[in-house]
Design a protein around this ligand. Structure first.
Ligand SMILES: [Cu+2]
Length: 706
């Protein structure tokens, strides 16, 4: 689909997952359902800087928010590493042990072209580990010209919002002819702390820069591209976590080659990233204060964390008169290191993660086959081999070399914990098998019935296996608990069934789905039993650092089930009513408890009015109470709420459009269940109290295409 066609589409765009098979006339079209939901940035007015916020309006999807640039994708109750997030095809393993740079951090709204959620069961070709779902971000890449002459084009994007005096300014520039595109992008965004009705969320300010440089070459059936990006996130508050961002400096690289033959396509992708991250508990929030047990200066913490990763994928798609075959191999190798120090006591350090490696190699086969005119089947199988290892760890918690007292005792315990960790079997290998099948049956009444089933697996993350000392480095769980890992964890395995239909009849489109997913060996924190771990956490708590009763990552049994749908009703040639609704339950099977941080039932209903050169949209967003909470994670309930949004957009000329929006029109006060708890000193929000939702926000965007 070209850019012009994309722009003329309405706010809510439904694109078929079989679209790629339709580009070639000689190919057979396999019957299927609308299995993706895409938001095109040009057509959707977005106030926040975080692309992950777009997920809130997609069926089944949501965002675990730990800060303004730290949104973690959630889909049907699973989140974090369980969701495969692709940034232009690449998997990016961020540096932050608490996912401060979750993957969507690397696709800022100002360069985002589209964000797609794959509804339900993801194919095995969409990524190596897709147990929780598949989200794809595409950034602007520019377009080829029609002749041999080079032409200059681009887009500037300016945005501003009232709630944090946030601004974003960016420019995308391309020089292209029919064979070459040379592109560049530059962006700066900045904001103060967010205002809430009774004060401010401190710290929630942010400051980020981004630079991209890319090149694409097309000749006949061949296309090749290279892209570099540099992300510099500076100070950014993450009040739901124990520290704030001081820097995230990332270099991202990706390259792709595609060949489209007569009856086959070939794709080769390679990506790499190098990320350096610094965070502290004193530079943006109020630093630790003196208490009865320790001087505040002894509790200053600075965490230096780095990651490197490399990924590749080779895919071959072959078309025959019944459909297509897809074969592929892929790999992803990541390394993480994280060291905690105290700027007031130089010898103090905790080797939090010491060169943890997680390498995964996979191979898959997929078949898309037409079973007659009315039936289509997609199925596939994947095998992954995951190898993980870590170097020995150490710490020095006794910087003054005292011969007795608290630091002496804690350092002894840390020594016991590191010895225990270093003596355990750190080198682990998992062999995981995934498969899926999706059957679609088209009936004459405009309905396509769909049934899907899958087995999906995920090996533990480096935090889940190698966190050896009770800390909150948990991939952004933000439950306030300290955790320890377990190298002996097994991979989690889910079995899922999904059922639904697509109805497209005249003015009404309706796409409901129900699903049930049973997960064995689901990885969840359970009360730690090791006495050294427990005593260490208790001592830390006594000193005013974290809570007692730490958790240990463990294999448990869990299930997820729910319903989600999207619908659209055409009221007239210029007016459309749309709705998205999501419900999910996540429960432990081994004990009577709900799972932590599951999105409340929610619904978005919007009325869009479109004219030739302007449009306006009125939206209601309703969230139900969430009283199904996790006792294990000390999760607090939240009340339901309803907010209203109003947006308008005018095409001032063919190339310029101006948009204006008001979020939370009536300034409703509410708590955002998925934004966790306040962890920074704040006169307006209780410590460990629920994070407030945002009040009224007026925002504007100006886009100029040239
Ligand atoms: Cu961090």
């Amino acid at each position: 689909m070209n850019k012009l066609a994309m722009r003329s589409l309405p706010f809510l765009i439904l694109m078929s997952g079989v679209a790629s098979a339709q580009q070639r006339v000689e190919e057979i079209v396999v019957v299927g359902v609308q299995d993706t939901h895409t938001v095109i940035t040009d057509d959707t007015l977005v106030a926040p800087a975080d692309t992950a916020q777009l997920l809130r309006k997609m069926p089944g999807a949501n965002i675990n928010k730990n800060g303004e640039l730290t949104g973690i994708a959630q889909y049907r109750g699973m989140y974090g590493d369980r969701i495969r997030v692709s940034i232009n095809g690449a998997k990016i393993s961020g540096a932050g042990p608490n996912a401060m740079d979750a993957p969507l951090h690397y696709a800022p709204v100002a360069i985002l072209e589209s964000l797609t959620i794959n509804r339900g069961i993801a194919s095995v070709s969409s990524g190596q580990e897709t147990i929780g779902g598949f989200v794809e971000a595409q950034t602007y890449a520019g377009e080829y010209g029609f002749s041999g002459d080079f032409e200059f084009s681009g887009r500037t994007y300016f945005g501003a919002q009232s709630i944090n005096s946030g601004t974003v300014a960016s420019g995308f520039f391309a020089l292209a002819n029919r064979n070459h595109i040379l592109r560049s992008f530059v962006m700066q965004e900045k904001a103060d702390d967010l205002e809430i009705p009774d004060g401010e969320i401190t710290p929630s300010e942010y400051d980020r820069e981004r630079y991209d440089l890319g090149y694409s070459y097309r000749n006949g059936d061949h296309e090749f591209s290279l892209d570099f990006a540099r992300n510099n996130t500076k100070d950014a508050g993450t009040a739901s976590l124990p520290m704030d961002i001081a820097a995230i400096d990332s270099d991202l690289f990706r390259s792709r080659y595609t060949w489209e033959g007569n009856d086959r396509n070939f794709t080769a992708e390679f990506s790499a990233s190098d990320n350096e991250h610094l965070m502290t508990n004193y530079h943006l929030r109020r630093p630790p204060q003196d208490n009865m047990m320790t001087a505040g200066a002894m509790r200053y913490r600075r965490n230096w964390a780095v990651s490197e990763d490399y990924g590749f994928a080779l895919k071959m798609e072959q078309f025959d008169d019944q459909g297509s075959w897809l074969y592929g191999v892929d790999g992803h190798m990541s390394t993480h290191r994280s060291t905690i120090t105290n700027p007031n006591a130089a010898p103090f350090y905790i080797g939090n993660f010491n060169d943890t490696d997680r390498d995964i190699f996979g191979a898959f086969v997929e078949r898309s086959i037409s079973l007659g005119e009315h039936m289509g089947l997609e199925s596939g199988i994947r095998v992954n081999r995951v190898t993980m290892d870590s170097d020995p760890v150490s710490a020095n918690l006794n910087p003054m070399n005292m011969m007795m007292g608290m630091p002496f005792m804690m350092n002894n315990m840390a020594g016991m914990l590191s010895n225990m960790n270093n003596a355990s079997d750190l080198s682990q290998t998992d062999n995981n098998v995934d498969w899926f099948a999706r059957l679609s049956i088209h009936t004459d009444s405009g309905t396509t019935w769909y049934v899907g089933a899958a087995r999906k697996s995920r090996s533990p993350s480096y935090q889940e296996r190698y966190l050896w000392i009770p800390l909150e480095a948990t991939g952004g769980l933000a439950d306030g608990k300290t955790y320890v890992g377990n190298p002996e964890l097994d991979p989690e395995v889910s079995h899922e069934v999904e059922l639904g239909f697509d109805y497209d009849g005249g003015d009404l489109s309706f796409y409901p789905r129900i699903f049930y997913k049973e997960v064995s060996d689901f990885i969840q924190g359970t009360p730690a039993t090791n006495m050294v771990v427990r005593n260490f956490a208790q001592m830390m708590a006594n000193m005013g650092m974290g809570r007692p009763d730490p958790l240990m990552f463990d294999n448990v049994d869990a299930n997820f089930y729910g319903f989600d749908m999207e619908a659209q009703y055409t009221l007239s040639s210029s007016m459309t009513l749309r709705a998205v609704a999501s419900m999910v339950r996540g429960e432990r099977d081994d004990i009577n408890d709900d799972l932590y941080r599951i999105a409340p039932d929610n619904m978005v209903v919007g009325l869009d009015y479109r004219n030739s050169n302007w449009m306006t949209s009125f939206e209601m967003v309703a969230y139900a109470d969430q009283d199904r909470v996790s006792a294990t994670n000390l999760e607090q309930k939240t009340d339901g709420y309803t907010i209203f949004n109003l947006t308008g957009r005018v095409n001032v000329s063919a190339d310029v459009d101006v948009s204006l929006g008001i979020e939370n029109l009536f300034d409703e006060e509410y708590e955002d269940h998925l934004a966790a708890y306040n962890r920074a000193f704040n006169p307006d929000i209780a410590m460990r109290g629920r994070m407030p939702g945002l009040g009224r926000n007026v925002y504007a965007r100006l886009m100029w295409n040239f």
